[in-house]
Design a protein around this ligand. Sequence first.
Ligand code: NAG
Ligand code: NAG
Ligand code: NAG
Ligand code: NAG
Ligand code: NAG
Length: 269
Amino acid sequence: MVKLSLVALLTGTGLVAALPSFLTPLTGRSSDGSDSLSVDRRATGGKVTSKALARFDNSNIEDGMGNGTDWYHLYLGNGTEAAGWPSKDKWVSFEDMFNNYKLQMYVACQFLNWRLPNNDIAEVEAIYDGIQMAADASGVDHRLILAIIMQESHGCVRVNTTNLGVRNPGIMQNHNGKAYCNDNKKLTTPCPAATIHEMIREGTSGTSSGDGLAHCINLSGNGDVSDYYRAARIYNSGSISKTGNLESNIATHCYASDVANSSSFCHGT
Ligand SMILES: *[C@@H]1O[C@H](CO)[C@@H](O)[C@H](O)[C@H]1NC(C)=O
Ligand SMILES: *[C@@H]1O[C@H](CO)[C@@H](O)[C@H](O)[C@H]1NC(C)=O
Ligand SMILES: *[C@@H]1O[C@H](CO)[C@@H](O)[C@H](O)[C@H]1NC(C)=O
Ligand SMILES: *[C@@H]1O[C@H](CO)[C@@H](O)[C@H](O)[C@H]1NC(C)=O
Ligand SMILES: CC(=O)N[C@H]1CO[C@H](CO)[C@@H](O)[C@@H]1O
C-alpha cells in the first residue's frame, strides 16, 4: 500500500480551483421513481461481469493521459463516444487524480459541515488503500470509485449519515451500509482505517439492501465506456431517464459528466 508523504500532501494541486465547489450542495442520493431502469437491491460482493470493462488489477496508477485539467466540460447525452463522451484512454491517471483531489480531502469536513474535524493523514491513506482494495475485488476501475467518493462527500470520512427515505452512510453515501464515522453528530475521530475500507467496499460491491457501483455497471449493460458514466448516474439516482440522456430529469444533472471530467466538480450550469 502506498504511503503518502507529507511533502506530497502539501504540494497537491487544485485547492484554489476546488474551493468554490464546496459552496455547492452535495448531491446526496435521490430517487426519481418514474424512470425506466429499476435497480435490483439485494446483493453484496458485486463484480463487473463485462470482460471488456472489468479490471481486477488496479496496481498501475499511471494509467491515464497524465495530469488532467481543471477545465470543465459538461457532457450531454447518453454517455457513449458517439455522443461525444471520452473514451477510457482519455481519462486522467489515478495517481494524478488522487494527488489533485488530496487537498480537497484534507479540508472537506470543515467545508461540508461547520466544525466537523477534518481528515488526517492516516484517514486519507485509508481512502487510497480502500479504493485500491475495493477496485481489485470488484473489477471497478479505481478512478470511477474516487470520482464517486468526491461527488458524494468530497472525501470527508465524517460525512453525516443522511436519510431521505434510504439511509446513506459513509464517504460514498452508500445504500444502508454498516460503516460510518458520523451518525447525526455522533462522530468517530479518528475514523478507523477498517471502517473507511468498509465504506468504500459497500459503495463499490454493494450492501445487503442496495447495489454498489459494480452492480450499476452490470445493469447499464452496454459493454462499452458508457457503462461507467451510466453507472455513476444509476448509483446516484437509482435509474436512468427514459431518454437515455444522463443529464435529464434530475436536479444533479452534472453528476455523470463529472466522472468523465474528474478534476472538477459541477460548477453549476
Ligand atoms: C452484476 O450486477 C447485476 C445487476 O445488479 C447483478 O444481478 C449481478 O449479480 C452482478 N454480477 C456479479 C457477478 O456481481
Ligand atoms: C498537474 O497540474 C497542476 C496544475 O493543474 C500542476 O500544478 C502540477 O504540477 C501538475 N503535476 C504534474 C505531475 O505534472
Ligand atoms: C447515443 O447517442 C448517440 C448520439 O446521439 C447515438 O448515435 C447513439 O445511437 C446512442 N446510443 C444508444 C445506445 O442509445
Ligand atoms: C444528519 O442526517 C440526518 C438524517 O438525514 C438528519 O436528520 C440530521 O439533521 C443530519 N445532521 C446534520 C448535523 O447534518
Ligand atoms: C480530467 C479530464 O478528463 N479532463 C478533460 C475534461 O474535458 C476536456 C474536454 O473534453 C478534456 O480536454 C480534459 O482532458
